[in-house]
Design a protein around this ligand. Structure first.
Ligand code: GLA
Length: 374
């Protein structure tokens, strides 16, 4: 195995991400609190002196070729994450990418809300950048990976996932201002509690279309508010009190979306204060508050996620629980006392199986560095 690796010129580890709080906030210009995790995709690269990129995924047990003279979208979704990145690097630095071979092996659960997509995009971007010594900055890697998702995959995602995957730092959360892209590192001091993800193993394919709908709904709310307050730049800047002035003007759904966004942004900043003051109990309460809003006002949860959050509510050893990521399936994120992790895994797996006849996948997670060359 070792000697096979020697053939590769560049090996990259690209992590998934979690988000403690601040959901559906990035594309509304507010604050989010993500981190990179210890579950990763490994990508190995070597030049092949041709005009083709040969990509092999051991996870999908499939391969495909990219013709560098003809970069077009594919019918196969996962290929578009890679095609999109190659395309956007080629726009920034035309002609610098030559043919290469790449093998991809993932330990990240797909479609589970830990952003295997950003891990793949940023892993390809970082690997190609290193292989051909292109000299792209971290910020360029982040934004071009996001652009790849917009243009080739069609999800109009925000910047949070790519930012966390590239800028993640071991044992730290990133408090990211999604308007200015400045960030503070916050020590992730949860001990004696740990972070446990519970993967529902459902991923409703509504996810990407409804995601774009939410984005449009927020834009509609923002434009209506700007008619009265032209100085407002982002929906997250608007206080809940001001949003309430629009209760009669906005359709109910749009109003609910805007109110959620305004409150979630404030909740994120409050949660960070609690964390800094070591008030983990109140931090956990903010997570439950976030879930409630995502379920009732933003309507991106689902019955499987709600079930898992609900069963933790009366457990003294769980401080907080909520759905994580885009929604409509994927994982819940839970802050659980280290002595009771097994208790929670066993009781929730049993109850979940009984309710939905689906196996639950627990994922104990630690916070790790962002994408790196190994
Ligand atoms: C997905 C998107 C992110 C973000 C989250 C929700 O993960 O890729 O940009 O909007 O959903 O917070």
């Amino acid at each position: 195995m070792e000697h096979q690796n020697l053939e590769y010129e560049v090996i990259i580890d690209s992590p998934g991400r979690i988000n403690l709080i601040g959901e559906h906030i990035d594309y509304n210009g507010g604050y989010v609190l993500p981190a990179a995790i210890d579950k990763k995709i490994t990508l190995k690269f070597k030049k092949n002196n041709s005009n083709f990129c040969k990509i092999h995924s051991s996870t999908f047990k499939s391969s495909f070729e990219i013709d560098l003279d003809n970069l077009e979208r594919s019918e196969t979704e996962w290929q578009n994450y890679i095609l999109g990145v190659v395309y956007h690097i080629d726009i920034i630095k035309p002609g610098v990418i030559k043919g290469f071979d790449c093998t991809i092996e993932t330990k990240l659960p797909l479609g589970s809300g830990v952003s295997s997509s950003a891990a793949l995009e940023c892993g390809i971007a970082k690997g190609v950048n290193e292989l051909f010594e292109i000299g792209l900055s971290d910020l360029q890697l982040i934004t071009l990976s996001r652009d790849a998702e917009h243009t080739f995959v069609g999800t109009k995602c925000g910047i949070m996932d790519q930012f966390a995957v590239v800028k993640g730092k071991k044992d730290h959360l990133l408090l990211l201002n999604c308007d200015t892209l400045s960030h503070d590192l916050i020590k992730a001091e949860f001990s004696p509690y740990i972070i446990l993800l519970l993967n529902t193993n459902v991923s409703h394919n509504l996810a990407s279309s409804e995601y774009n709908v939410r984005r449009d709904e927020c834009q509609t709310a923002l434009e209506a508010i700007q008619l009265k307050y032209p100085e407002v730049k982002n929906l997250t800047d608007v206080k809940p009190k001001v949003i309430k002035e629009f209760k009669k003007v906005l359709p109910k759904k749009i109003y609910n979306r805007a109110l959620f966004v305004s409150k979630e942004n404030r909740r994120t900043l409050k949660a960070v204060k609690f964390l800094k003051n070591k008030n983990l109990k109140k931090f956990g309460k903010c997570m439950y508050g976030s879930h409630k809003g995502l379920k009732n006002q933003y309507e991106v949860s689902c019955k499987e996620l709600d079930f898992l959050v609900n069963i933790t509510k009366d457990l003294p050893y769980v401080l907080g629980s909520r759905m994580m990521g885009g929604g409509f399936g994927g994982c819940t994120i839970n802050i659980v006392h280290q002595d009771h992790v097994e208790d929670l895994i066993q009781s929730s797996s049993w109850a979940y199986k009984k309710e939905f006849d689906i196996d639950l996948t627990p994922i104990v997670t630690t916070i790790s560095d962002g994408v790196s060359r190994i």
